[in-house]
Ligand binder design. Structure first.
Ligand code: MD3
Ligand code: FE
Length: 204
């Protein structure tokens, strides 16, 4: 594993996590999903998302007919579980920040799942970066500019890859076009997990 590769303002760390670190993180995430079961989100417009989601941390991002937002608890009424130490260690390594993230969104992609082009803008402070950790099957990630009409470029994200979006890239349009289902043996049964770490609020 080398250093970060810079592509259009995002820092790409291919293979930052080795196989053992990936397997350990998946173990930690099983505990997260046991405490906060995966949800099948619906957009405010009523469309079912193909990705299943849950979260860890002080705040969890959710969507339903009432809108996109952060909530302090899982819809079950229980607190979101804490962000695993293995995940926080990656955030600290690649951002160098003293401030830890408020939210670790856990996206699970089964066969055929994708995520349309969007911006992450439900947070109160865009000065902090967003960190993404990929585990399991390879996924075709598409990244554009801050305007919807800007050109895009694509990169295959593989298990153990980490991406940091800061500065101008923080408000870039992005999405997942498709999965190479079954391309990794990390998750029994196939699929992909993406962890997205975000600071949600300004201040402490
Ligand atoms: C670029 N997730 O949860 S991670 C999301 O792979 C999300 O599940 C995708 O987009 C996934 O919101 C992409 C890479 C990523 C995450 C955050 C970003 C790219 C980003 C924020 C700003 C710009
Ligand atoms: Fe996003």
């Amino acid at each position: 594993m080398g250093g970060a590769v810079m592509i259009r303002g995002f820092a790409y760390w291919p293979g930052l996590l080795d196989g053992a670190a990936q397997a350990a993180m998946v173990g930690d995430l099983r505990a997260v999903v046991a405490a906060a079961p995966l949800l099948s989100p619906v957009t405010p417009g009523g469309r079912a998302m193909s990705v299943r989601m849950t979260a860890a941390g002080r705040a969890g991002w959710i969507t339903d007919r009432r809108g996109y937002r952060y909530e302090p608890r899982h819809p079950s009424g229980r607190d979101w579980p804490p962000i695993p130490a293995s995940v926080l260690a990656v955030w600290r390594q690649v951002t160098g920040l003293a401030r830890d993230p408020d939210c670790c969104l856990v996206n699970f992609y089964g066969e055929g799942a994708k995520m349309g082009l969007h911006q992450d803008k439900d947070e109160g402070d865009f000065s902090f970066p967003v960190v993404s950790i990929s585990l399991g099957d390879e996924a075709l990630f598409r990244m554009g500019g801050v305007e919807r009409k800007d050109g895009t470029e694509s990169v295959w994200l593989r298990s153990g890859d980490v991406v940091v979006m800061g500065g101008a890239a923080r408000l870039a349009w992005h999405g997942i076009d498709r999965l190479r289902f079954g391309s990794s043996r990390l998750l029994a049964g196939g699929g992909r997990i993406n962890l997205t770490l975000r600071v949600v609020d300004e201040g402490v």
